[in-house]
Design a protein around this ligand. Structure first.
Ligand code: HEC
Ligand code: HEC
Ligand code: HEC
Ligand code: HEC
Ligand code: HEC
Length: 321
């Protein structure tokens, strides 16, 4: 064979190789053997930094949880605070505790590890040949995903019953807002801000108050929580309080006007007074005849017995006759 003919075969073969390279998806990255969430932190530094500040990361170390579970002597409490991957369970099935790396709480694997290997994502543009081998799982961005742990006290049912214009598409809409990742890729914030964050709490409700021809009143509207306010954890309490200034210019002590709360199971004398999404409640205030001035405020307590000074003050307004 002449050299030219040989060369043309070589070029043709190379051409086919280039074509194959374009037509077939590149698979030049070795699949990662997924063993620990520690691996994810190395490649997804942005997500990891957000998750480190979240209560998901904190779930097994949280001193409040340790106190109430008798340092996890109550093993029932481990299930959602150090769970196995939720994608290994059917929607609605109870998640179970894992044995390893419990200190990482609700970790990357708990939400992403796929029972057949790789990681779950609902992003249809995901790079399926990335080392962690993303797999399309629609449930990842549906309320069913969060419901695996968050429907114990009916937060997901409350969301289902909320007015459509206040629900967002799903839980992610408010709790995982869109953000940008390196390389211009769209991502979702993993810090899960909610009741331990003042701006989130303030975005849930609006307080109004006045002293007009109807007398003195205060009202609260839930237009920003997408579920009851407060929700989920039964220990949360939001209190409307009032105080009055007497003729000598002395303030009275703060008095409770109303408490929004879902009581513990053993508090059988109390009923659920949470404020559902889309609802407004208005309360008449009854100042004495000689009172000219007062103040109302909304306090949020992560624990119903927490003293006023340790609660978050969401709003305060003045009242004047
Ligand atoms: C060796 C680096 C590496 C490791 C380790 C790794 N990933 Fe990835 N991952 C990537 C790359 C690269 C992408 C593709 C990113 C892109 O589209 O630009 C990706 C994509 C993803 C996606 C899909 C993102 C999308 O497009 O919506 C998810 C979810 C994900 N990784 C989760 C994880 C989790 C959970 C772990 C730990 C088990 C992990 N990854 C470990 C490199 C890695
Ligand atoms: C595997 C169980 C599990 C799944 C799945 C899960 N969570 Fe959580 N989540 C928890 C636990 C446990 C806590 C409480 C941790 C703590 O404070 O000790 C928590 C806390 C939270 C908080 C409260 C943060 C705060 O400041 O108190 C928010 C908001 C939240 N999760 C949103 C979500 C959303 C949205 C989803 C779905 C994308 C989701 N979670 C999926 C278990 C889970
Ligand atoms: C079915 C899943 C599940 C189980 C089982 C579970 N938890 Fe939780 N826990 C959660 C979720 C979800 C949250 C976050 C809800 C919220 O912030 O309102 C949470 C939050 C908490 C908090 C509030 C943490 C904080 O910083 O405010 C405490 C305390 C707690 N759990 C204690 C316990 C104890 C004690 C047990 C066992 C008796 C237990 N949990 C069992 C899912 C669970
Ligand atoms: C329209 C926005 C919005 C949507 C949608 C939404 N939330 Fe919230 N969520 C909030 C706000 C604001 C707060 C803080 C006020 C409060 O605690 O009610 C909050 C609080 C929470 C908390 C913290 C409660 C606590 O006691 O610490 C959890 C858990 C939670 N949401 C879970 C969910 C889940 C699960 C879904 C989906 C079914 C969801 N949220 C949908 C806005 C939203
Ligand atoms: C409480 C559940 C939960 C935990 C914990 C969690 N994720 Fe996610 N993650 C999600 C959801 C939900 C999405 C968005 C839905 C989708 O597209 O799959 C998402 C999206 C992502 C994405 C693509 C979007 C982006 O922001 O880049 C990556 C990558 C990712 N997660 C990696 C991780 C890593 C790494 C960890 C641990 C540090 C982690 N996730 C922990 C639920 C979780």
């Amino acid at each position: 064979m002449r050299l030219g003919t040989v060369m043309s075969f070589v070029f043709a073969a190379a051409g086919i190789a280039v074509l194959v390279k374009i037509v077939l998806p590149p698979s030049d990255t070795e699949p990662l053997r997924i063993l620990s969430s520690g691996q994810c932190l190395e490649c997804h530094a942005g997500v990891a930094a957000e998750w480190q500040t979240s209560h998901h990361k904190f779930a097994y170390e949280n001193p409040e949880v340790r106190k109430l579970s008798n340092n996890f002597a109550n093993q029932e409490c481990i299930a959602c605070h150090a769970p196995r991957p939720v994608l290994s369970f059917e929607p609605g099935e109870r998640v179970l505790a894992r044995q390893s790396e419990r200190g990482l709480g609700v970790d990357c694997l708990a939400c992403h590890a796929h029972p057949e290997g790789g990681v779950g994502t609902s992003n249809i543009h995901a790079k399926l040949d990335a080392p962690c081998r993303p797999r399309l799982v629609e449930r990842m961005s549906s309320v069913e995903h969060c419901a695996a742990c968050h429907n114990q006290h009916k937060t997901v049912e409350q969301w289902r019953g909320a007015p459509d214009n206040l629900k967002g598409n799903n839980c992610l809409h408010c709790h995982m807002p869109e953000t940008w990742r390196e390389g211009g890729r769209k991502g979702r914030n993993h810090s899960f801000r909610a009741s331990h964050d003042l701006p989130s709490l303030q975005s849930a409700v609006t307080m109004e108050a006045a002293w007009d021809s109807d007398g003195a009143w205060v009202s609260l509207s839930n237009h920003g929580a997408g579920h009851n306010f407060p929700t989920d954890e039964r220990s949360r309490a939001a209190d409307l309080q009032v105080r009055w200034m007497d003729a000598q210019g002395e303030w009275s002590l703060w008095e409770r006007v109303h408490r929004f709360r879902d009581p513990y199971r053993d508090e059988t004398d109390l009923t659920n007074t949470q404020l559902p999404a889309g609802e407004t409640q208005r309360f008449e205030l009854l100042p004495g005849a000689d009172i000219q001035q007062g103040e109302v405020r909304l306090l949020y307590r992560t624990n119903p017995y927490l003293e006023d000074a340790l609660a978050s003050e969401l709003f305060r307004m003045e009242l004047a006759r």
